[in-house]
Design a protein around this ligand. Structure first.
Ligand SMILES: NC(=O)c1ccc[n+]([C@@H]2O[C@H](COP(=O)([O-])OP(=O)(O)OC[C@H]3O[C@@H](n4cnc5c(N)ncnc54)[C@H](O)[C@@H]3O)[C@@H](O)[C@H]2O)c1
Length: 371
C-alpha cells in the first residue's frame, strides 16, 4: 500500500511513517516543515525510505502531486498553538482538510482510506456530574472565578462543585480556535467520507507523549516544560493547584491506532477517542517526570497562577476503540523515560530552554490569582 502522511515530518507522523515502512508500505510525506515546530529544518530522525515533499496542505497543486498513486492518507498536518491568529487555525486545519476531500472528489482519486487526526480539545471541559443535575457539559470557568483562586468546575444551574467524568466521542464542546478547527476537520471527515463514499476515520487523540515531540512548540505541554526544568535542576511551576486531571497516551499506541484505522473496516465512518485510559493529576505527573529526571528532591512551585484558556480536566473514554481490540499498552512512565532520554541526546538544550521560557512570557497567557 502507498500511504501519504501529511505532517509526516512531525512527532506522530514520523513515528507512523516508521511503522508503515517497517511493515512494507510505501510512504510519501507532505510537510511544509513549519516553524517553530521545525526551527532547524528537516529533522534528522526522518526515515530515509520515505519520500518527503516539502509543501503546504493549502496548496492544491502540490497536494494533488503528493496524492498521485496513493491508496490511503493519514492527515496529520495541523497548526497548533496558543496564539490568537484565529484564521491560521482554520486556514491550515479546516481548509487543508476540505482541500484533501475536494481533490479526491474532483480527480476521482482511488483513495481507499482517509484517517484524520482530531483532538481531545474538541471536548472542551468534557462531561461533569452534578449531584443534583446529573451529567452536564459546562463551559470554561469564568476568568473572575480563577482570579479569586477558585479552580473547581461548577454546575451552571446550581453553582455546586461538579465532578469530572470520562468523556465519550458523542460529546463535544470546542471552546477555542484550535478545538473549533479540529471539530470542523472531524465533521468533514465523517460527512464528506460518507457522502462521497471515501472510507474515512477520525481519531481524537488525548495528550500524546514520546520522543520527537517538538521542543519549540508551546503546544507540546507539561512533559516538555517539566523535563526541561529538571534537566537544569530547576523546580517547574504548576498552574492552579495541580489537581487538574489529564489522560496521556503513548506515541506507539497512537501509531497502532493509526495503522488500525487504515486497515479495519469496522472503523469506517466513525470517530474514536485514542487515550491513555488512566487519569493523572498534574501534580502526580510532575512527580513522575521529577523521578525519571533524578530530581525527586525538588518540589515544584505552586504559586496560584493559572493559564488563560486551560481546561480543568480532560479525560477521554476509550471504550469504543477498546471494543474493537485496541488497548493502550505504553505507560506514562515509559513515555516520559523515552522523552527524557531523547532530551538528553540533544546538544542545544540551553537554547531550547531559553526559547521555551521567552515564548511563554511573550504569549501572555499566564495569569495570577488574587484571592
Ligand atoms: N501531539 C499531541 O498531543 C496531539 C494531541 C491531539 C491531536 N494531535 C493532532 O495530531 C496531529 C499531529 O500532531 P503532532 O503532535 O505530530 O504535531 P507536530 O507539530 O509534531 O506535526 C505536525 C506536522 O505538520 C506540519 N504542518 C503544519 N502545517 C502544515 C501545512 N500547512 N502544510 C503541511 N504541513 C504542515 C508541521 O511541519 C509538522 O511537521 C495534528 O493534527 C494534531 O492536531 C496531536
Amino acid at each position: 500500500m502507498k500511504v501519504l502522511i501529511t505532517g509526516g515530518a512531525g512527532f506522530i507522523g514520523s513515528h507512523t511513517a516508521d511503522a508503515l515502512i517497517e511493515r512494507g508500505d510505501e510512504v510519501v510525506i507532505l510537510d511544509n516543515l513549519s516553524k517553530p515546530v521545525h526551527l532547524k529544518g528537516i529533522p534528522p530522525y526522518l526515515n530515509p525510505k520515505a519520500r518527503l515533499i516539502v509543501g503546504d496542505v493549502r496548496d492544491a497543486k502540490v497536494f494533488l502531486d503528493a496524492l498521485q498513486g496513493v491508496n490511503a492518507v493519514v492527515h496529520l498536518a495541523a497548526y497548533q498553538d496558543y496564539l490568537p491568529d484565529f484564521s491560521t487555525f482554520f486556514s491550515v486545519n479546516s481548509v487543508g482538510t476540505a482541500l484533501l476531500y475536494e481533490l479526491i472528489v474532483a480527480n476521482k482519486l482511488p483513495i481507499r482510506r482517509v484517517v484524520v487526526a482530531s483532538s481531545q480539545a474538541v471536548n472542551g471541559e468534557g462531561l461533569y456530574k452534578c449531584e443534583e443535575h446529573g451529567l452536564i457539559g459546562p463551559s470554561a470557568r469564568p476568568v473572575d472565578q480563577l482570579e479569586r483562586g477558585d479552580w473547581s468546575m461548577k454546575c451552571p444551574q446550581c453553582g455546586r462543585d461538579a465532578e469530572w467524568q470520562w468523556t465519550p466521542e458523542s460529546f463535544s464542546h470546542p471552546e477555542n480556535q484550535y478545538a473549533l478547527s479540529k471539530q470542523s476537520q472531524e465533521q468533514m471527515t465523517l460527512s464528506f467520507g460518507r457522502r462521497y463514499d471515501i472510507p474515512s476515520v477520525a481519531l481524537r487523540y488525548s495528550i500524546v507523549q514520546g520522543p520527537r515531540q517538538s521542543f519549540y512548540n508551546a503546544y507540546s505541554g507539561a512533559c516538555r516544560i517539566f523535563a526541561l526544568h529538571y534537566y537544569f535542576k530547576k523546580a517547574p511551576t504548576i498552574y492552579e493547584d495541580g489537581e487538574m486531571h489529564r489522560d496521556f497516551v503513548n506515541y506507539q499506541d497512537v501509531v497502532k491506532a493509526n495503522l488500525m484505522a487504515l486497515d479495519n473496516e469496522a472503523m469506517i465512518g466513525e470517530q474514536f477517542n485514542v487515550g491513555g485510559g488512566k487519569a493523572y493529576s498534574v501534580r502526580e505527573f510532575d512527580r513522575i517526570v521529577a523521578k525519571i529526571s533524578g530530581c525527586d528532591h525538588l518540589e515544584p512551585n505552586i504559586p496560584g497562577v493559572f493559564r488563560f484558556g486551560d481546561t480543568r480536566n480532560s479525560c477521554s473514554d476509550i471504550s469504543k476503540l477498546r471494543a474493537l481490540g485496541w488497548q493502550p499498552m505504553g505507560s506514562v512512565q515509559q513515555s516520559v523515560q523515552e522523552y527524557v532520554n531523547w532530551l538528553n541526546e540533544q546538544t542545544d538544550v540551553g537554547e531550547i530552554f531559553e526559547f521555551a521560557e521567552k515564548n511563554m512570557r511573550s504569549l501572555n497567557v499566564i495569569r495570577e490569582a488574587k484571592p
